[in-house]
Design a protein. Structure first.
Ligand SMILES: [Zn+2]
Length: 323
């Protein structure tokens, strides 16, 4: 069966000149190049350490699936550079780099799957395995003027078999409370474009402290809307606070106190996510990381980086068994 992409491609190929045709042949030759991807993974595997016991004494133990296999001298178990990483036991290695390019361009599951010749299910699994690496690369310090905002949205159970029953909302209650189970997204950004985001089950002073207290530099100026939540957080975190009253039409104070950058960032994220037609809450953190990367690299993440980041994450496999 010919897909739409293939039909369109057939029409275009007739117009190619000799040079373009040769270039196309090279692209097709490299399309499923397992050795090239394996080579990239192995050259990025800087320190060989047993993922089972952490020991760095090993024997070389042959090759398997184009990757060097090792045997640990301590626990006698074998491993390779992908053992216990999100990429472990994934197949069709030769197409990973092309799939990373699809991620780098922010393409949908279906379209990425079609481009890489894998099913929609595989495409979805690869997306979330590959993105776990980016999730670990959050900033660890926010300096100077730090803008913070939060959004509360209904939980999304897309793809879940067990959707909890939700109670009807009572008269006088906020329309969102009661009907929906909610979740909050917290965004913090400093003026050097360092970005921190998090999905928070229940936004409170404690959850703010858990997320922000240790990454806010001591001399930072924390900017937020004027609310009890943020004022209480400032009391315990002991940072300087600049707040604005958006409800009263106040957007900038003393020329520097505002949260316009973080609002622009979050708006960009929500607009970008429209293409996915709803994102399951359990995967929301992956989409936050994905957009953070896209934004950091001006919408052009080096595809190799996506693979290498995923490979350097170990012991995350339990988290990924559902994908
Ligand atoms: Zn070991």
């Amino acid at each position: 069966m010919k897909t739409k992409i293939l039909k369109r491609f057939e029409q275009q190929i007739n117009q190619f000149n000799t040079c373009e045709y040769k270039a196309l042949k090279t692209i097709i030759k490299n399309f499923d190049d397992k050795k090239m991807v394996a080579n990239l993974l192995e050259t990025s595997y800087e320190k060989v350490v047993c993922p089972h016991c952490g020991e760095d004494k090993y024997y070389k133990w042959g090759r398997q699936n184009d990757l060097q296999r090792y045997k640990c001298k301590e626990c006698n178990r074998t491993f390779n550079c992908l053992s216990k990483t999100p990429l472990a036991r994934l197949r069709k290695k030769g197409r990973w780099l092309n799939y990373s390019k699809c991620l780098a361009e922010g393409l949908t599951v279906r379209y990425s799957g079609e481009l890489c010749g894998v099913s929609k299910t595989t495409s979805f699994r690869w997306r979330h395995r590959f993105l776990v690496g980016s999730n670990e690369y959050k900033t660890t310090e926010l300096n100077g003027i730090v803008e913070t905002i939060d959004f509360t949205i209904p939980k999304n159970y897309k793809g879940s078999r067990n959707i909890p029953k939700l109670s009807k909302h009572k008269k006088g209650e906020d329309k969102l409370s009661g009907i929906y189970d909610n979740v909050s997204i917290l965004f913090s950004r400093d003026r050097n474009r360092n970005m921190y985001d998090s999905v928070v089950e229940k936004l409170s002073v404690n959850s703010l402290r858990d997320n922000l207290k240790y990454i806010l530099a001591k001399d930072s100026l924390f900017c937020s809307i004027n609310s009890n939540l943020y004022r209480d957080f400032i009391k315990i975190s002991k940072r300087r606070h600049g707040y604005i009253d958006i409800e009263k039409g106040e957007y900038v104070k003393k020329d520097i106190v505002h949260i316009n950058n973080v609002i622009r960032y979050s708006r960009g994220l929500f607009i970008w996510m429209i293409r996915f037609r709803g994102v399951a809450t359990k995967y929301l953190f992956n989409y936050l990381s994905w957009f953070r990367d896209l934004e950091e690299f001006d919408m052009n993440i080096p595809s190799k980086d996506i693979l290498i980041r995923a490979m350097t994450i170990t012991n995350k496999l339990q988290l990924l068994t559902q994908t």
